[in-house]
Design a protein around this ligand. Structure first.
Ligand code: NAD
Length: 450
C-alpha cells in the first residue's frame, strides 16, 4: 500500500480519462459472459446479495474459498432470514445460480462484486489480508469491459489501492476498458424489516462512466441508487454511517448509566424522546457491540487518521466506551450478586443469548464472549443458553455447548445478553435473579437492568 500521506488518489473526483461507455471496447468472444454477476465471498452479506440478484433474474456466480461455507450453503442450511432461505432453496435448483472456489471463473462474469470480511486484529488495526487477497484474484482475472465493485467496508482510498492501481499496472484504464466502483453494503442480517431491494445503495466510481455502469448493475435488484462523485466519497459514506451508530450507542450507554444513577427508567425516556418526529433517532443501550461492523469500521477511519496525526477524540472516546461495556456487565453482575448476599466466586451464572444481536447466529466480536471470560476470571461457573448457537468458541479457545435445561443448571444469576425471538424465557421465575443487559422489556419478578 502506498503511504496515506503521499497518496494522491484519495478523494479524487474522476480525474482519469473517461471515454464514456460508448467508447468501451467490446468483450472478446472468448470472454463472452456466462454470468451477469459474480459475488466474491458468500457470507452474511455476499449470500443474500447473490440471492437478491438471482431473484431479480440475473445469472449469478458465487466465489467462496471456504469449503465448509460452500457445503453449508449447498445444504440450504445457512444462517439467513426466512425470505432469503426460500430464495436459496429456489436458487440451488437453478443452473443459473452457481457456486465455485475457482477464481478463474470470475473471467466469465460481466460484473464482479467483492464482499469479503474486513476485520480488525487484536490491536484494533485493520486486517486487510482477506480483502487484499480477494482483490488480487479479481485483478488477476479481470477481463476487458468488466465492472468491478468493492462493497466491503474499508478505509478511504482502499478501492484505488487494491483495484484501480493494480488494474492500471496490468494495462487497464478505468473508464475506458474496465469499470471500477465502490458501493457500501447496507444489509442488516437478521432484520427482516427492510427488504434488500428497498434499501438504497450509494455508489461512487473511478470515473463517471464507471459510476454509471456500476449503478446499472446495482439497479438490477435495488430500486434506488444514490450516486456520489468519487470512490472516496462512497467509502467515507459507509464509515460515517457506522461511526454515527457507534457514537450514538456509546451515548445511549452513558445515558443508561445516568438514568440508573438518577433512578429514571432509560427505555421509557428513549421511547418518549423518540416520539419527536425530527432531530432525534432512538438508539438502545446494551452490553456492548459485536458483529462485523460497529466494533471494526470506525477503527479503519481512526487507523487511517493516525498516519496523518489527526485526532478524532469523539470517535475514539465512543469506541473506548463501547469496548469497556462488557467489563461493566461483569462489574454489575458482581454488584447484583453482592446485594443478594453472595460473591461472584463460585456463583453459577447463565448467560442468555450469546450472538451479538437478536435472530442471528453470528458470534463475531460478541460482547457475550468477553462477559463470559470476565465472569470466569472472577471465579464464576458460567454456562450459556442460545438456541441459535448450539456451540460457541470461547475467547480461550474452548468450544462449549448451550445448556439444554436451564433449570437443571440452577443459576444464581441469569444475565440476559441477547433476546432472540425464538428464545423461551418462560422458565424464569421468582427463584431467579436476572441482570438484563439487553434493556428490552421482560416481565420477570427479580429483574435489574445494567
Ligand atoms: N455482516 C454485516 O452485518 C455487514 C453489514 C454491512 C456491511 N458488511 C461488510 O461486508 C463485508 C463482508 O462481511 P460479512 O459479514 O459478509 O463477512 P462473512 O465473514 O460473513 O463472509 C465473508 C465470506 O467471504 C469468504 N472469503 C474470504 N476471502 C475470500 C476470497 N478471497 N474469495 C472468496 N471468498 C472469500 C469467507 O470465507 C466468508 O464466507 C465486510 O467488509 C463487512 O464490514 C457487513
Amino acid at each position: 500500500m502506498t503511504s496515506l500521506e503521499t497518496r494522491p488518489l484519495v478523494g479524487r473526483r474522476h480525474p482519469r480519462p473517461d471515454l464514456g461507455s460508448s467508447a468501451l471496447p467490446s468483450v472478446p468472444p472468448q470472454y463472452a459472459a456466462d454470468f451477469d454477476i459474480a459475488i466474491v465471498g458468500l457470507g452474511y452479506v455476499g449470500l443474500p446479495t447473490a440471492l437478491a440478484y438471482h431473484h431479480a433474474g440475473a445469472r449469478v456466480l458465487g466465489l467462496e474459498i471456504s469449503p465448509q461455507r460452500i457445503s453449508t450453503i449447498r445444504s440450504g442450511d445457512a444462517d439467513l432470514l426466512d425470505s432469503d432461505r426460500a430464495r436459496l432453496t429456489e436458487a440451488l435448483r437453478d443452473p443459473r445460480f452457481a457456486i465455485t472456489d475457482d477464481p478463474t471463473m470470475l473471467r466469465r462474469a460481466t460484473a464482479v462484486i467483492v464482499c469479503v470480511p474486513t476485520p480488525v486484529d487484536h490491536h484494533l488495526v485493520p486486517d486487510l489480508t482477506m480483502l487484499r487477497s480477494a482483490c488480487d484474484s479479481v485483478v488477476a482475472n479481470a477481463v476487458p469491459d468488466q465492472i468491478l465493485m468493492l462493497t466491503s467496508t474499508s478505509y478511504v482510498g482502499c478501492t484505488d489501492d487494491l483495484l484501480v492501481t493494480p488494474l492500471v499496472e496490468r494495462g487497464f484504464t478505468p473508464g475506458r476498458n474496465i469499470s471500477v466502483a465502490f458501493s457500501p453494503e447496507r444489509i442488516d442480517p437478521g432484520n427482516d424489516a427492510y427488504e434488500h431491494e428497498s434499501v438504497p445503495r450509494v455508489v461512487g466510481g473511478a470515473t463517471p462512466s464507471c459510476e454509471m455502469r456500476a449503478s446499472a448493475v446495482l439497479s438490477r435488484y435495488t430500486a434506488r441508487v444514490h450516486r456520489v462523485d468519487s470512490l472516496a466519497a462512497a467509502e467515507m459514506t459507509k464509515l460515517l454511517e457506522n461511526t454515527f451508530r457507534a457514537v450514538n450507542i456509546a451515548l445511549a450507554n452513558e445515558v443508561a448509566d445516568i438514568c440508573r444513577e438518577l433512578d429514571v427508567p432509560v427505555t421509557e425516556v428513549i421511547d418518549a424522546a423518540a416520539t419527536k418526529p425530527y432531530g432525534f433517532m432512538p438508539f438502545l443501550p446494551g452490553p456492548g457491540v459485536g458483529g462485523h461492523c460497529i466494533p471494526c469500521d470506525p477503527h479503519y477511519l481512526l487507523w487511517q487518521l493516525r498516519e496523518r496525526r489527526v485526532a478524532a477524540p469523539m470517535i475514539t472516546q465512543a469506541m473506548s466506551e463501547i469496548a469497556a461495556r462488557p467489563a461493566r456487565v461483569v462489574e454489575r453482575a458482581a454488584q447484583v450478586l453482592s446485594d443478594a448476599g453472595r460473591g461472584l466466586g463460585g456463583a453459577r451464572v447463565l448467560v442468555v443469548g450469546v450472538s451479538y444481536k437478536p435472530d442471528v447466529a453470528d458470534l463475531r466480536e460478541s460482547p457475550a464472549l468477553e462477559i463470559i471470560h470476565g465472569l470466569e476470571r472472577r471465579g464464576a461457573i458460567v454456562e450459556y443458553l442460545d438456541p441459535l448457537c448450539p456451540q460457541a468458541r470461547m475467547l480461550d479457545g474452548r468450544v462449549t455447548e448451550t445448556v439444554r435445561d436451564p433449570l437443571g443448571f440452577a443459576p444464581d444469576l441469569v444475565v440476559i445478553h441477547t433476546r432472540h425471538r425464538e428464545l423461551d424465557l418462560s422458565w424464569i421465575d421468582e427463584r431467579h435473579l436476572v441482570l438484563d443487559a439487553s434493556y428490552r422489556e421482560l416481565a420477570v419478578p427479580r429483574r435489574v437492568t445494567l
